[in-house]
Design a protein around this ligand. Structure first.
Ligand code: PRP
Ligand code: URA
Length: 209
Protein backbone atom coordinates (compact mmCIF):
# COMPACT_ATOMS: atom_id res chain seq x y z
CA UNK A 1 0.00 0.00 0.00
CA UNK A 2 1.39 3.42 -0.93
CA UNK A 3 1.96 6.16 1.62
CA UNK A 4 -0.08 9.37 1.61
CA UNK A 5 1.86 12.33 2.98
CA UNK A 6 -0.22 15.41 3.81
CA UNK A 7 1.77 18.60 4.34
CA UNK A 8 0.68 20.51 7.40
CA UNK A 9 3.35 23.21 7.20
CA UNK A 10 1.80 26.59 8.12
CA UNK A 11 3.21 28.37 5.05
CA UNK A 12 1.75 25.75 2.72
CA UNK A 13 -1.62 25.80 4.49
CA UNK A 14 -1.76 29.63 4.41
CA UNK A 15 -0.93 29.83 0.72
CA UNK A 16 -3.36 27.02 -0.14
CA UNK A 17 -6.18 28.83 1.65
CA UNK A 18 -5.58 31.94 -0.47
CA UNK A 19 -5.61 29.81 -3.62
CA UNK A 20 -8.95 28.28 -2.66
CA UNK A 21 -10.67 31.68 -2.30
CA UNK A 22 -12.83 32.51 -5.31
CA UNK A 23 -11.65 36.14 -5.26
CA UNK A 24 -8.00 35.19 -5.88
CA UNK A 25 -7.04 36.23 -9.41
CA UNK A 26 -5.01 34.42 -12.06
CA UNK A 27 -1.67 36.11 -11.32
CA UNK A 28 -1.76 35.42 -7.59
CA UNK A 29 -3.09 31.88 -8.14
CA UNK A 30 -0.20 31.09 -10.49
CA UNK A 31 2.41 32.56 -8.16
CA UNK A 32 1.06 30.69 -5.15
CA UNK A 33 0.98 27.38 -7.02
CA UNK A 34 4.64 27.83 -7.94
CA UNK A 35 5.56 28.75 -4.36
CA UNK A 36 3.69 25.80 -2.82
CA UNK A 37 5.22 23.42 -5.37
CA UNK A 38 8.66 24.64 -4.35
CA UNK A 39 7.92 24.09 -0.67
CA UNK A 40 6.42 20.66 -1.31
CA UNK A 41 9.39 19.47 -3.34
CA UNK A 42 11.68 20.26 -0.44
CA UNK A 43 9.84 17.55 1.53
CA UNK A 44 9.09 15.19 -1.36
CA UNK A 45 12.84 14.84 -1.93
CA UNK A 46 13.74 14.42 1.74
CA UNK A 47 14.70 10.74 1.37
CA UNK A 48 16.87 11.11 -1.73
CA UNK A 49 20.24 9.44 -1.19
CA UNK A 50 23.44 11.47 -0.86
CA UNK A 51 27.07 10.43 -1.11
CA UNK A 52 30.25 11.71 0.46
CA UNK A 53 32.48 13.71 -1.87
CA UNK A 54 35.63 15.72 -1.39
CA UNK A 55 35.37 19.44 -2.10
CA UNK A 56 37.67 22.38 -1.62
CA UNK A 57 36.45 25.50 0.15
CA UNK A 58 38.52 28.73 0.09
CA UNK A 59 39.93 27.50 3.43
CA UNK A 60 40.70 23.80 2.96
CA UNK A 61 39.70 20.48 1.48
CA UNK A 62 36.87 18.73 3.26
CA UNK A 63 34.33 15.96 2.96
CA UNK A 64 30.80 17.04 2.02
CA UNK A 65 27.59 15.46 0.75
CA UNK A 66 25.97 15.69 -2.66
CA UNK A 67 22.94 14.03 -4.23
CA UNK A 68 23.56 10.50 -5.49
CA UNK A 69 21.50 7.82 -7.18
CA UNK A 70 18.68 8.33 -9.62
CA UNK A 71 18.27 11.67 -11.32
CA UNK A 72 14.85 13.29 -11.31
CA UNK A 73 12.28 13.97 -13.99
CA UNK A 74 9.16 16.03 -13.43
CA UNK A 75 6.11 15.12 -15.49
CA UNK A 76 3.16 17.55 -15.37
CA UNK A 77 -0.27 16.33 -16.40
CA UNK A 78 -1.44 19.02 -18.85
CA UNK A 79 -2.74 21.55 -18.49
CA UNK A 80 -2.86 22.41 -14.84
CA UNK A 81 0.24 20.40 -13.90
CA UNK A 82 2.30 22.95 -15.86
CA UNK A 83 1.73 25.38 -12.99
CA UNK A 84 3.83 23.19 -10.69
CA UNK A 85 6.86 22.66 -12.95
CA UNK A 86 8.76 25.90 -12.27
CA UNK A 87 8.45 25.39 -8.53
CA UNK A 88 10.11 21.98 -8.88
CA UNK A 89 12.79 23.27 -11.25
CA UNK A 90 13.63 26.14 -8.90
CA UNK A 91 14.67 23.48 -6.37
CA UNK A 92 16.00 20.82 -8.77
CA UNK A 93 17.24 22.70 -11.84
CA UNK A 94 18.86 19.60 -13.37
CA UNK A 95 15.57 17.68 -13.51
CA UNK A 96 14.33 16.81 -17.00
CA UNK A 97 10.73 17.53 -17.93
CA UNK A 98 8.24 15.20 -19.63
CA UNK A 99 4.65 16.06 -20.54
CA UNK A 100 1.44 14.05 -20.52
CA UNK A 101 -1.64 15.60 -22.07
CA UNK A 102 -4.92 14.35 -20.63
CA UNK A 103 -8.27 15.95 -20.15
CA UNK A 104 -11.24 14.65 -18.29
CA UNK A 105 -14.32 14.11 -20.43
CA UNK A 106 -16.92 16.26 -18.65
CA UNK A 107 -19.69 13.68 -19.23
CA UNK A 108 -17.97 10.41 -18.42
CA UNK A 109 -15.21 11.90 -16.21
CA UNK A 110 -12.86 9.44 -18.00
CA UNK A 111 -9.38 10.73 -18.98
CA UNK A 112 -8.67 11.25 -22.69
CA UNK A 113 -4.99 11.22 -23.73
CA UNK A 114 -3.76 13.68 -26.36
CA UNK A 115 0.00 13.95 -25.78
CA UNK A 116 2.87 12.05 -24.19
CA UNK A 117 6.55 12.94 -24.42
CA UNK A 118 8.99 11.73 -21.79
CA UNK A 119 12.78 12.13 -21.47
CA UNK A 120 14.63 9.40 -23.40
CA UNK A 121 16.27 8.05 -20.23
CA UNK A 122 13.16 8.31 -18.07
CA UNK A 123 13.25 4.63 -17.02
CA UNK A 124 16.49 5.41 -15.15
CA UNK A 125 14.97 8.40 -13.35
CA UNK A 126 12.85 9.06 -10.30
CA UNK A 127 9.66 10.46 -11.80
CA UNK A 128 7.63 13.15 -10.03
CA UNK A 129 4.17 13.33 -11.60
CA UNK A 130 2.62 16.70 -10.77
CA UNK A 131 -1.00 17.82 -11.04
CA UNK A 132 -2.80 20.23 -8.69
CA UNK A 133 -5.98 18.12 -8.49
CA UNK A 134 -6.54 14.44 -7.68
CA UNK A 135 -10.32 14.09 -7.98
CA UNK A 136 -11.61 10.70 -9.22
CA UNK A 137 -7.96 9.70 -9.73
CA UNK A 138 -8.67 8.72 -13.34
CA UNK A 139 -6.20 11.19 -14.88
CA UNK A 140 -3.34 10.43 -12.49
CA UNK A 141 -3.87 6.68 -12.76
CA UNK A 142 -3.91 6.79 -16.58
CA UNK A 143 -0.84 9.07 -16.69
CA UNK A 144 1.07 6.69 -14.43
CA UNK A 145 0.02 3.73 -16.61
CA UNK A 146 1.61 5.47 -19.61
CA UNK A 147 4.76 6.21 -17.65
CA UNK A 148 5.04 2.61 -16.41
CA UNK A 149 4.60 1.34 -20.00
CA UNK A 150 7.79 3.26 -20.83
CA UNK A 151 9.63 1.16 -18.25
CA UNK A 152 9.61 3.65 -15.36
CA UNK A 153 9.16 2.07 -11.96
CA UNK A 154 10.18 4.81 -9.53
CA UNK A 155 7.28 7.22 -9.48
CA UNK A 156 5.87 9.68 -6.93
CA UNK A 157 2.65 11.67 -7.32
CA UNK A 158 2.52 15.28 -6.10
CA UNK A 159 -0.90 17.00 -5.86
CA UNK A 160 -2.05 20.22 -4.33
CA UNK A 161 -5.49 18.91 -3.30
CA UNK A 162 -6.79 15.35 -3.25
CA UNK A 163 -10.22 13.85 -2.68
CA UNK A 164 -10.52 10.58 -0.74
CA UNK A 165 -11.96 8.97 -3.88
CA UNK A 166 -8.80 9.80 -5.85
CA UNK A 167 -6.50 8.51 -3.12
CA UNK A 168 -8.47 5.26 -2.97
CA UNK A 169 -8.31 4.82 -6.76
CA UNK A 170 -4.58 5.52 -6.83
CA UNK A 171 -3.82 3.13 -3.99
CA UNK A 172 -5.81 0.40 -5.76
CA UNK A 173 -4.28 0.97 -9.23
CA UNK A 174 -0.74 1.95 -8.17
CA UNK A 175 0.09 0.71 -4.67
CA UNK A 176 3.78 1.38 -5.36
CA UNK A 177 3.33 5.15 -5.92
CA UNK A 178 3.49 7.37 -2.85
CA UNK A 179 1.20 10.41 -2.89
CA UNK A 180 2.14 13.86 -1.54
CA UNK A 181 -0.64 16.40 -1.02
CA UNK A 182 -1.01 19.86 0.53
CA UNK A 183 -4.72 19.38 1.26
CA UNK A 184 -6.87 16.29 1.71
CA UNK A 185 -10.46 17.39 1.09
CA UNK A 186 -13.87 16.01 1.94
CA UNK A 187 -15.51 14.49 -1.14
CA UNK A 188 -16.41 14.92 -4.82
CA UNK A 189 -19.63 16.61 -5.94
CA UNK A 190 -21.95 15.28 -8.67
CA UNK A 191 -19.78 16.91 -11.37
CA UNK A 192 -16.59 15.30 -10.09
CA UNK A 193 -15.29 18.51 -8.49
CA UNK A 194 -13.44 18.37 -5.22
CA UNK A 195 -15.37 19.82 -2.24
CA UNK A 196 -14.40 22.34 -0.93
CA UNK A 197 -11.50 22.32 -3.45
CA UNK A 198 -10.63 25.40 -5.46
CA UNK A 199 -12.76 24.95 -8.58
CA UNK A 200 -11.25 24.17 -11.98
CA UNK A 201 -7.48 24.37 -11.54
CA UNK A 202 -6.72 24.74 -15.28
CA UNK A 203 -9.21 27.57 -15.73
CA UNK A 204 -7.99 29.40 -12.64
CA UNK A 205 -4.35 29.01 -13.68
CA UNK A 206 -4.78 30.10 -17.29
CA UNK A 207 -7.79 32.41 -16.96
CA UNK A 208 -9.88 30.42 -19.41
CA UNK A 209 -13.22 31.01 -17.68
C1 PRP B 1 -8.05 18.45 -14.01
C2 PRP B 1 -6.84 18.29 -13.12
C3 PRP B 1 -6.53 16.83 -13.24
C4 PRP B 1 -7.91 16.22 -13.40
C5 PRP B 1 -8.32 15.58 -12.10
O1 PRP B 1 -7.70 18.52 -15.34
O2 PRP B 1 -5.77 19.13 -13.49
O3 PRP B 1 -5.71 16.50 -14.33
O4 PRP B 1 -8.81 17.28 -13.70
O5 PRP B 1 -9.50 14.91 -12.23
P1 PRP B 1 -9.62 13.33 -12.06
O6 PRP B 1 -8.79 12.96 -10.87
O7 PRP B 1 -11.09 13.10 -11.86
O8 PRP B 1 -9.11 12.69 -13.32
P2 PRP B 1 -8.79 18.70 -16.50
O9 PRP B 1 -9.28 17.38 -16.96
O10 PRP B 1 -9.82 19.69 -16.04
O11 PRP B 1 -7.93 19.26 -17.69
P3 PRP B 1 -7.16 20.68 -17.84
O12 PRP B 1 -6.01 20.65 -16.86
O13 PRP B 1 -6.72 20.65 -19.25
O14 PRP B 1 -8.12 21.78 -17.55
N1 URA C 1 -10.34 19.07 -11.76
C1 URA C 1 -10.26 20.33 -11.26
O1 URA C 1 -9.63 21.20 -11.87
N2 URA C 1 -10.91 20.59 -10.13
C2 URA C 1 -11.59 19.65 -9.43
O2 URA C 1 -12.15 19.97 -8.37
C3 URA C 1 -11.66 18.36 -9.97
C4 URA C 1 -11.02 18.08 -11.14
Amino acid sequence: MSKVIVFDHPLIQHKLSIMRESTTGVKEFRELLEEISMLMIYEVTRDLPTEEVEIETPICKCKARKLAGRKLAVVPILRAGLGMVDGVLNMVPAAKVGHIGLYRDPQTLEPVEYYCKLPADSEEREILVVDPMLATGGSASAAINFIKKRGCNHIRLVNLIAAPEGIERMQKDHPDVDIYVAGLDDHLNDHGYIVPGLGDAGDRLFGTK
